[in-house]
Design a protein around this ligand. Structure first.
Ligand code: CMX
Length: 139
C-alpha cells in the first residue's frame, strides 16, 4: 500500500529561521509553504537540490497555537524530528489494513494535510516510538 516516503517532519520554533538554516547549511530548497489551521501549524516543504524526482521532502512545522500538537512537542522535547510520513495511494484502505493489525490510528476519518492531501497518523506507541503519518496526495 505504501508508495514511498513522502517526508520527514521537524518541529521548529520559528519557520523562517528554520527555512534559512536548512538552505544555508544543507542547500535544501523551499518548494511549498502554507498554513494548516486544522493542525495549528505554519509549515514548509523543502527538497534536496539534486533530487530530480522531488518526491521525498523535509517538512518544517512551526506552531500557531499553544494547544497544537507541535507546540506540545516543542514544550516537551524542544526542536527536532517529530514525524515520518509514508505516502499511500488510498489512505482509507491503509487505515483499515492497519486497524486490522491492531494499530491505533489517531483520527476516525482522514483529515486535510499539506496541499489538500488526506492524512491520518499512527500513534507513536504502536509504531516503535515513531509518529507515522499516512499521506494520500491530492489528485
Ligand atoms: N514522536 C514520538 N513519540 C511521541 C511523539 C512524537 N512526535 N509525540 C508524543 N510521543 C510520545 C510521548 O513521548 C509520550 O510517551 P511517554 O508516555 O513514554 O512519555 C506519548 O507519546 C504520549 O502520548 P499521548 O499522551 O497519547 O499524546 P500526546 O498528547 O503527547 O500527543 C500525539 C502525541 C502523537 C497524539 C499528538 O502529537 C498528535 O495528535 N499528533 C498528530 C498531529 C500532528 O502531529 N500534527 C502536526 C503535524 C501536521 C502535519 O503533518 O500536517
Amino acid at each position: 500500500l505504501l508508495s514511498g516516503i513522502d517526508h520527514v517532519g521537524i518541529a521548529v520554533a520559528d519557520l523562517d529561521t528554520a527555512i534559512d538554516f536548512q538552505h544555508e547549511t544543507f542547500g535544501l530548497v523551499l518548494t511549498h509553504s502554507e498554513v494548516n489551521e486544522d493542525q495549528g501549524v505554519r509549515e514548509a516543504m523543502l527538497a534536496a537540490p539534486g533530487d530530480t524526482t522531488g518526491a521525498t521532502r523535509v517538512q518544517l512545522l512551526a506552531p500557531m497555537r499553544e494547544d497544537s500538537a507541535i507546540a506540545k512537542f516543542l514544550d516537551r522535547n524542544g526542536p527536532g524530528l517529530q514525524q515520518l510520513a509514508y505516502r499511500v495511494t488510498d489512505v482509507d484502505a491503509a487505515c483499515e489494513a492497519l486497524r486490522t493489525k491492531g494499530v491505533r490510528l489517531l483520527y476516525e476519518a482522514p483529515r486535510r494535510g499539506t496541499a489538500n492531501s488526506r492524512i491520518n497518523f499512527v500513534h507513536p506507541k504502536d509504531a516503535g516510538g515513531v509518529l507515522v503519518e499516512l499521506v494520500e496526495p491530492a489528485r
